[in-house]
Design a binder for this molecule. Structure first.
Ligand SMILES: Cc1ncc(COP(=O)(O)O)c(C=O)c1O
Length: 387
């Protein structure tokens, strides 16, 4: 009997080490990683640059607290804000914490405008985390059930329905912000429409709302841009990220620009570990590698390759209903639920995920090469054909 609380239904495999896009289990068997620890290990496993940065920083200083200046945190804030098109950063330890910071910024923004009970628009099918506020913002009853009373101050809207947002703008004076993932990850790799997001930006401007994007999963090169919003022709006020930022060390960031960047003052928010020297040194090495290895265009190419092969080799089965996603965040919706494919893939030495019941989700490392991407795609196509 394990002494762990059984919060996860774990697959029957334990990994001992990894190298690039491969993981090795405790029996020495090799697996091609099509999931990257759920969009975390963008640079693959044991990336030499990240490992060296962690080692060098651990030799010097792991933690001293946010009561003092932290050199790597200052450097990371400047670099990350630069690539994200933002001005200021707050560092926490996870995606949920990054979103908690965004929610607090939105509430302060509301109170600053005289709104006593500020509310945030969130979407059906959204996933923002497992803390009480972020699970309340999440649009999935399964995740909320049993944890009532939920945190108040969220107004739910259907995905891609701009009339619903206009209706809320007209009827709900408490709303002060909009929060959404540009591509819903846990919800099934659902892309928000470009014209919808552009129209939301315009309504936010008209209403004085903050437009906040949860790029916890889509950020840090995953979609072929530093952040998914960057080819959409607008800039949000707040972005949250985590996952790929640390390549496995726990770090999350809430970034903001304009008025939103100056809402937090001393005492408004904090985190003992958030942005400590160790994690910031790792994240700086991640940014170096994404830039130095020219990964953004590579991600777009590999995403196109994987998509093309799966559509070509599994399309004729009639089981593939739709391909969604961008870059190396891909969802292949089938005509039936297919949770059993995760175990079948594992048996074949492939790590994949199934989300929303019927959607195969692939989030391979950004560094996957053409041969490995082909192997992954052919493996998935074979699984679909064998259903
Ligand atoms: C879009 C999004 N937001 C927030 C989270 C929560 O991140 P964490 O598990 O690091 O708290 C996730 C995790 O899957 C996510 O995909």
């Amino acid at each position: 009997m394990s002494a762990l609380m059984p919060t996860y239904a774990r697959l029957p495999v334990t990994f001992s080490h990894g190298e690039g896009v491969y993981l090795f289990d405790t029996d020495g068997r090799r697996y091609l990683d099509g999931l990257s620890g759920i969009a975390v290990n963008g640079l693959g496993h044991a990336h030499p640059g990240v490992t060296a940065a962690i080692r060098a920083q651990a030799d010097k200083l792991v933690h001293a607290s946010n009561l003092y200046g932290i050199g790597p945190q200052e450097q990371l804030a400047e670099r990350l804000a630069g690539v994200a098109g933002m001005e200021k950063c707050f560092f926490g330890n996870s995606g949920a914490e990054a979103n908690e910071a965004a929610i607090k910024i939105a509430r302060l923004h509301g109170h600053n405008r005289g709104v006593e009970k500020p509310a945030i628009i969130v979407l059906e099918g959204a996933f923002h985390g497992r803390t009480l506020a972020t699970l309340s913002a999440t649009g999935n009853r399964k995740i909320q059930a049993g944890f009532e009373p939920l945190v108040s101050g969220f107004v739910r809207a259907p995905v891609n329905d701009i009339e619903a947002i206009r209706h809320i703008a007209t009827n709900n004076p408490d709303v002060v912000a909009f929060l959404a993932e540009p591509i819903q990850g846990e919800g099934g790799v659902n892309e928000l429409d470009l014209d919808y997001l552009q129209a939301v930006r315009q309504i936010c401007d008209e209403q004085g709302w903050l437009m906040m994007l949860d790029e916890v999963q889509t950020g840090n090169g995953r979609t072929g841009n530093w952040f998914a919003y960057q080819d959409m022709g607008f800039v949000p006020d707040v972005i949250t990220t985590a996952k790929g930022l640390g390549n496995g060390v726990p770090i999350g960031a809430c970034m903001a620009r304009g008025e939103a960047a100056n809402i937090f003052g001393p005492g408004h928010h904090g985190s003992t570990y958030g942005g400590n020297p160790l994690v910031c040194a790792a994240a700086l090495a991640v940014l170096d590698a994404i830039e130095g290895e020219d990964l953004l265009s590579h991600v777009r190419r590999m995403g196109g390759l994987i998509r093309g092969i799966i559509e070509e080799q599994a399309g004729a089965t009639g089981r593939l209903v739709e391909t969604r996603g961008k870059g190396l965040m891909l969802g292949f919706q089938l005509d039936r639920d297919c949770p059993e494919l995760v175990q079948r893939a594992l048996d074949n030495g492939l790590l994949i995920n199934v989300t929303a019941g019927n959607t195969i989700r692939l989030l391979p490392p950004l560094v996957i090469n053409e041969t490995q991407a082909t192997e992954l795609a052919e493996g998935v196509a074979e699984l679909i054909r064998g259903l």
